[in-house]
Design a protein around this ligand. Structure first.
Ligand code: UT7
Length: 333
């Protein structure tokens, strides 16, 4: 292990979404809802649905794009972390599936479970390995096919979620750039507020749990909303406080895309004009662990960030969990 901490930052980004678009209008054929309600209460107009595609396919496409963008060969990767709540299978990890498909012959691989906070959690983990000098190149992916765990007869949830994947290659960057700070948190007392009740050893899938539709996402939307409006701004404030940075220093907020009202409230608390928040919820809905990296990658490839910009990534989700990272953008445009 080296003595000096190495600055770890983003070398390249990528994203992928399925082609199939499901509009709010399409959903009115499945549940009692309407476009006006969904747009006003959530900001969502449409979402992507993977249909037959497994999550590893979306993750693979996002990863390839990020590796190309970073100029990194798969053989250079030391580690692959996939943040997901919709893996291909419980075992093997989706990260292992990717390791093989990418030809990342030297890489260790594991999945990380922190729901919608997963990408910020995984980015923080990647940063530790690079900063202590043990690893040089880490691929972090947030990927979801939530359409496969959503109850398409439940209007409280099916309007919200979508499928996609975003990826970032982390590696050593110029001193003082990259990941500057982070805040990770959990409150397991809120475990039942947002869960898939029959999905593991607590309540294994049986004919009965399937009949009760317990293999789908269940959510107390109001409880999650209350938690989210408080935590999203608060976690960024905690990350900033650790490095003595003021809110005014933030150039961009890349928030978890759960609800436009939650994003607006976080931006207000951080005294950030809404134009400084990267928002794509209108087109993709809530892609859980993929929300932040897809927004980040789209913005990066649209040349919205310049070297030295201070970017706050902020997420919250099932667990309950929350996470934020402060990143000083290290890439030359
Ligand atoms: O990644 C984290 C995951 N989850 C979240 O972040 C979700 C956080 N929560 C939310 O975003 C919001 O709570 C929702 C968007 C889920 C719901 O919005 P809300 O403003 O909290 O609505 P509500 O649940 O209080 O429902 C208001 C009304 C109810 O009717 P009544 O009782 O007032 O007559 C609902 O039955 O709207 C009705 N409603 C709907 N109407 C049309 C609920 N869902 C729908 C729907 N279409 N899809």
């Amino acid at each position: 292990m080296t003595e000096k901490r190495i600055s770890a930052g983003i070398l390249g980004t990528g994203w992928a979404v399925p082609d199939k678009v499901v509009t709010n209008q399409d959903l009115t054929r499945l549940v009692d809802t309407n476009d006006a309600w969904i747009v006003e209460r959530t900001g969502i107009r449409e979402r992507r649905v993977a249909e037959d595609m497994p999550v590893s396919e979306l993750a693979y496409r996002a990863a390839k794009m990020a590796l190309d963008d970073a100029g990194t060969a798969p053989e250079e990767l030391d580690l692959i972390i996939v943040a997901t709540l919709t893996p291909d299978r419980v075992i093997p990890s989706t990260a292992c599936v990717l390791q093989d498909r990418l030809g990342a012959t030297r890489a260790a691989a594991f999945d990380l479970s922190a729901a919608c906070s997963g990408f910020a959690y995984a980015s923080t983990v990647a940063g530790q390995f690079i900063s202590n000098g043990m690893y040089r190149k880490v691929l972090v992916i947030g990927a979801e096919t939530l359409s496969k765990v959503v109850d398409w007869t439940d209007r409280n949830t099916c309007i919200l979620f979508g499928d996609g994947a975003g990826a970032a290659v982390y590696g050593p960057v110029e001193d003082g750039y990259g990941l500057l700070s982070f805040d990770l948190g959990s409150d397991g007392s809120g475990a039942d507020v947002l869960d898939i009740p029959s999905s593991g050893s607590l309540n294994p899938v049986t004919a009965q749990t399937l009949a009760q539709r317990l293999n789908f996402i269940h959510m107390d939307g109001k409880a999650v909303f209350r938690f989210a409006v408080d935590i999203m701004g608060k976690t960024v404030e905690s990350s900033l406080a650790k490095i003595g940075m003021e809110k005014e220093s933030i150039d961009w907020l890349v928030p978890h895309q759960a609800n436009i009202r939650i994003i607006k409230s976080a931006a207000k608390r951080l005294k950030l004009p809404l134009e400084k928040a990267i928002i794509n919820i209108e087109h993709y809905g809530n892609m859980s662990a993929a929300s932040i990296p897809v927004a980040l990658a789209e913005a990066a490839h649209a040349h919205r960030f310049k070297k030295g910009d201070i970017i706050a990534l902020a997420g919250f989700g099932a667990g309950l969990t929350w996470a934020s990272c402060i990143v000083k953008w290290a890439k030359e445009d």
